[in-house]
Write a protein of this length. Structure first.
Length: 276
């Protein structure tokens, strides 16, 4: 009976951690190129160079594009979020208390997932905070500049361009008429309609707020990228196990995952600095 109860507890707890992680753990996991179920300690992402179309004379041979193939490798690292639950406390535990532990584990793993991606994006080419202007916050000029840069680099405008900004930069955007006024974007595209106040499509990017972005001195490193530019390999998605530790008369609840990220195409990654 005791073993059955313990198994039920483990199954329920793992389910709660996984659901919490999926729901609110990571903002960036689904915004990059993801490979699940990686075997081994690394994963390779293939990159194919651009091809060129050519004409040919009648009866002449077709000219092959001879596409250059290369790959980049992401090394997986193991991460853990663990806590002790006193054995006697299990007799008194209720669903709300268990969810608190599950949600904290999910948040911890989610923050780590995002940090892995952010560390890769942070290494992208930086654009000065005062680019084409004396203004150092987030401005219309910066948005136009990034749109032009991605266009010049032939980054697909297919709804998979993203721009993560900090809360301060989102506040800057709310003061940009072309971003927040109905006469420019229409009533259906206002940044505070439909209950969504921190995400909006504008200038070819999905803009959203992320509180975990890095800083460089007094500048916030806002990140613009295309989904295909960055690879995330996952060897093990969120998994939870419970082990009894006699010395502590407690169960050690451990949630873990294994993953790694790498930049695939630097032309589709930019860091826009903004002074706060």
């Amino acid at each position: 009976m005791a073993s059955t109860i313990t198994n039920a507890f483990i199954t329920q707890f793992e389910s709660e951690v996984h659901m919490a992680y999926q729901r609110m753990g990571s903002k960036l996991k689904n915004l990059v190129r993801t490979v699940n179920g990686v075997s081994g300690s690394s994963v390779k992402f293939q990159k194919v160079a651009k091809g060129t179309a050519t004409s040919k004379a009648r009866h002449a041979e077709v000219v092959a594009m001879n596409l250059a193939h290369s790959n980049v490798s992401a090394t997986l690292t193991d991460y853990f979020a663990a806590d002790y639950i006193d054995k006697l406390d299990e007799l008194k535990i209720n669903i709300d208390e268990r969810q608190v532990v599950a949600q904290n584990a999910a948040y911890a793993l989610g923050r780590k997932t995002d940090q892995i991606v952010i560390d890769v994006l942070d290494a992208g080419t930086s654009i000065a905070a005062n680019v084409n202007s004396s203004a150092t916050g987030m401005t219309l000029i910066k948005a136009k500049n990034m749109q032009a840069l991605f266009g010049t680099n032939d980054v697909p405008d297919d709804g998979q361009r993203y721009w993560a900004v900090g809360p301060t930069q989102w506040g800057d955007l709310m003061s940009v008429d072309q971003f927040s006024r109905a006469e420019y974007v229409g009533t259906e595209n206002l940044p505070f309609t439909n209950g969504e106040s921190t995400a909006k499509r504008w200038m070819g990017f999905l803009w959203f707020v992320h509180s975990g972005l890095s800083t460089s001195g007094s500048n916030r490193k806002t990140l613009a990228w295309h989904k295909s530019s960055t690879g995330l390999g996952i060897g093990q998605d969120v998994k939870t196990e419970v082990n009894y530790i006699p010395e502590k008369v407690s169960n050690l609840v451990t949630s873990s995952l294994s993953m790694g990220a790498v930049a695939i195409d630097g032309d589709a990654i930019r860091v826009q600095l903004c002074t706060e």
